[in-house]
Design a protein around this ligand. Structure first.
Ligand code: ACO
Length: 394
């Protein structure tokens, strides 16, 4: 066996062979099953794109109708899931709530038949159908309200906005939200997808696969960056303060949220589309107070860090779009998860097709052949007041 060089973060190391999506980070190209993201954003819908990703080809009209019907039929949650959510603290992060709920689905649909195509189909439908309902339900319950039941006459995107805001969305808002879902549906082997694949490779159930991916997406270096972008724009506060902010970040070598990408060394093609969508929304519903700051920030960062390939990523403009759609900031990442579930499930299915459990190796850097020291012979450690450590508050 060849001994490979250690690459932190597995940068550049292929973890699988996949036919789901393709990225060219130098040219700013993203394709799902060979179709450019720009075409899908313009002509497709999220559910049709999810079908394409998971089943490998665009559906026929009958297949799409059947898929949409199944998803509509499974949108409702079991009352026990809703009861479980009622016990969650209102101050808890919605990503944690979503992770718990996704895992809990495994309790209700516990039969595991990974070699049965009907089981795979049911799991795909259930997860895609129920994740938006769970996200919207948690949002209403933490405000002390009853969750809103899904409406069968509304599209996937319109129904989510309806359940969230308790009123039917404007058709342009619903269409733009649907495009956002399409843009976030898949992106090769990123951290959360890799997490999904590792979990899938143990042949556990798909609910555990999605729960593991949700937990991974939550981090600020991954899906959580879209929230951080809004806090950052808020903190900058005005166009005049943008350049001093960038200078300071560069001097302190701190990360500017919504910029940079492991793969893209040019502007992320999804950021370009999202920026246009944001502008369409501003034209119809009014400008966002942070947009001018965002434009100046893009300009300043490109000038300062463009030589390192640091440009806006997908998270930079998505938050501005979501704000205009009435989505609270801490739901941005759960919304990302609603979309990315399609990609995770596509990779789950692909992984099952040619599975080998993930078991990488490591380079050991610790000591060897140490002697065991009994507890009574080890030094006592006291805090600065000479007290023994206090237990954590329960
Ligand atoms: N702000 C400032 N400098 C940056 C940024 C940034 N956002 N991103 C990269 N750089 C710099 C690095 O400091 C490094 O400089 P150096 O060579 O002088 O040390 C250089 O660009 C290369 O960066 P890497 O650390 O090699 O990039 P890596 O591929 O490890 O990181 C990541 C990618 C994690 C996305 C990074 O760009 C980052 O932290 N961005 C901010 C968080 C963010 O927006 N995450 C969302 C990513 S998209 C997604 O997950 C959906």
């Amino acid at each position: 066996m060849t001994v490979c060089e250690y690459r932190p973060g597995l940068e550049g190391i292929p973890a699988t062979q996949s036919s789901i999506s393709y990225v060219d980070g130098q040219q700013g190209v993203l394709e799902y099953r060979g179709i450019g993201i720009e075409q899908l954003a313009e002509k497709s819908t999220f559910l049709e794109t999810a079908y394409l990703l998971i089943w490998g080809g665009l559906p026929t009209p009958q297949e799409l109708e059947g898929f949409e019907y199944e998803i509509r039929y499974h949108r409702r949650l079991k009352y026990r899931i809703r009861d479980m959510m009622k016990c969650f603290p209102e101050s808890g992060h919605p990503m944690d709530a979503l992770q718990a709920c996704a895992a809990a689905l495994g309790l209700f649909y516990s039969k595991r038949a990974l070699d049965d195509p009907a089981y795979i189909q049911d799991a795909v439908v259930r997860l895609l159908a129920k994740i938006p309902t769970m996200v919207a339900a948690f949002q209403l319950m933490r405000k002390g309200n009853d969750p809103v039941q899904p409406r069968d006459d509304l599209s996937y995107a319109a129904n989510f906005l309806y359940m969230l805001n308790e009123r039917e969305p404007d058709p342009l808002a619903a269409r733009i939200f649907d495009i956002c879902l399409t843009l976030h549906a898949e992106h090769t082997i990123n951290a959360s997808t890799f997490s999904a694949m590792v979990t899938a490779s143990t042949l556990t159930d798909p609910y555990a696969v999605v729960a593991s991916a949700v937990g991974t997406l939550a981090g600020p270096l991954h899906g959580g960056a879209n929230e951080e972008v809004i806090f950052m724009l808020q903190q900058i506060g005005s166009v005049e303060k943008v350049r001093p902010f960038v200078e300071d970040c560069v001097a302190r070598k701190s990360r500017i949220m919504g910029f940079g990408h492991r793969v893209y060394k040019v502007k992320d093609p999804r950021a370009t589309i999202l920026q246009k969508l944001a502008e369409q929304l501003f034209e119809k519903f009014g400008q966002d107070e942070y947009y001018e700051i965002a434009l100046e920030l893009e300009q300043a960062v490109s000038e300062k860090l463009g030589h390192k390939g640091v440009f806006p990523n997908v998270d930079f403009y998505s938050g501005l779009v979501y704000r205009k759609l009435g989505i609270p900031v801490d739901l941005f990442t759960p919304v990302f998860a609603i979309a990315r579930a399609a990609g995770w499930l596509a990779h789950w299915k692909e992984q099952l097709g040619e599975n080998r459990i993930f078991r990488p190796t490591q380079i050991y850097t610790g000591p060897r052949n140490q002697s065991y020291v009994t507890l009574s012979q080890r030094p006592q450690i006291w805090d600065k007041n000479g007290q023994s450590p206090q237990p954590l508050t329960p």
